[in-house]
Design a binder for this molecule. Sequence first.
Ligand code: GLY
Ligand code: MN
Ligand code: MN
Length: 440
Amino acid sequence: MNISKQEFARRRKNLMAQLEPDSIAIVPSARELTRNRDCDYPFRQDSDFFYLTGFSEPEAVLVLLPGRKHGQYVLFCRDRDPAMELWNGYRAGPEGACADFAADDAFPISDIDDILPGLIEGRERVYYAMGGHAEFDRKVMSWVNVIRSKVRSGAHPPGEFLDLNHLLHDLRLYKSAAEIRVMRKAAKISAAAHVRAMQFCKPGVNEYELEAEIRHEFASNGARDAAYSTIVGAGNNGCILHYIENCETVKDGDLVLIDAGCELQCYAADITRTFPANGKFSKEQKALYELVLKAQLAAIKIIKPGSHWNQAHDVTVKVITKGLVELGLLKGTVKKLIEAGAYKDFYMHRAGHWLGMDVHDVGDYKVGDEWRVLEEGMVLTVEPGIYVAPDNKKVAKKWRGIGIRIEDDVLVTKEGHDVLSDEVPKTVKEIEALMAKSNS
Ligand code: GLY
Ligand code: MN
Ligand code: MN
């Protein structure tokens, strides 16, 4: 199920084919970050770097040199070092970069300041993620300045700097068959984790216990990491969109909102379900839940090649506004309320985002001034919600503190769409049936 070496090679080739003539592209790895003294955050490779290399070590730089006779794909990485490897684990070293990661040429990262100016020299254009990281911006300039300092000896510095992100991120937006296989698996594992949390939940458990169930299910199925911090919000906490403290006791009568997805081989799933802690929705919870579900299903329905990016969002706004009027949480005509953005008191985020190696994945949402048209192979989330603030005095008390989001991962197919995360119950009936079974 791994992404093959051939696929990594194809990605580099596709990217190089799009670069202007006489150019060089430079992509740094992610950096290790200190959490607290002597302890780092778990290292996660930069998605752009991994997309092009499959190489998961820090302190590395990828250089692409289209047309270079002595090799187009150069990798700088840490040297082998028995002492460091004894403490911190295996390093591929430049030999491994060539043998196992198909680099044409590889050098120790400690030599990059001496070698890279020579690779840039003579190329007209430098592509890199401009402004992405101040320290790397300075590095690129320092390499170019080495060449500039030698113009009187005939050196030829580049004349143009171009942003690599635009080209690279457009490639990442269209998922290959292999990527879809991995994403489908990530969604399947994450779906099982949501089912497990629903089955485990009862009043009295702590939010972090539900998180633990989720994370255990991920890891037991080969996904050690979550794609983003798991959100488990019970009761009022469900109204905090990205609540990650996850440290309160779940009470009888609460709704529990869980937004959790695993990361598998650097690909994310992103699923949200909301369910009653005691297994049975109250009248108000059910009314709002079914409204969010109606909005989500209507939005999913229009996902197909040819629909544009904003259509799903527009549909959710319409359905939610109309429903809130019918239930008495908004007053006025639907048209005017939409124009005024009145729904934003309850539904203040977008209906979704691209999904891929990053949970909020890369890719433009507009082309020029127009919303992007969906095409086969794109993956997006559909995740409307309603959140009635606990202190919203404009609505009857019975509605306050109800937070609901329903989120699925949707692949655009040739014919329409495919919901990758459809293995978690979603209707009131299905959820109540699952929870009744596990409580009996
Ligand atoms: N989990 C973050 C989001 O749903 O966008
Ligand atoms: Mn999402
Ligand atoms: Mn989410």
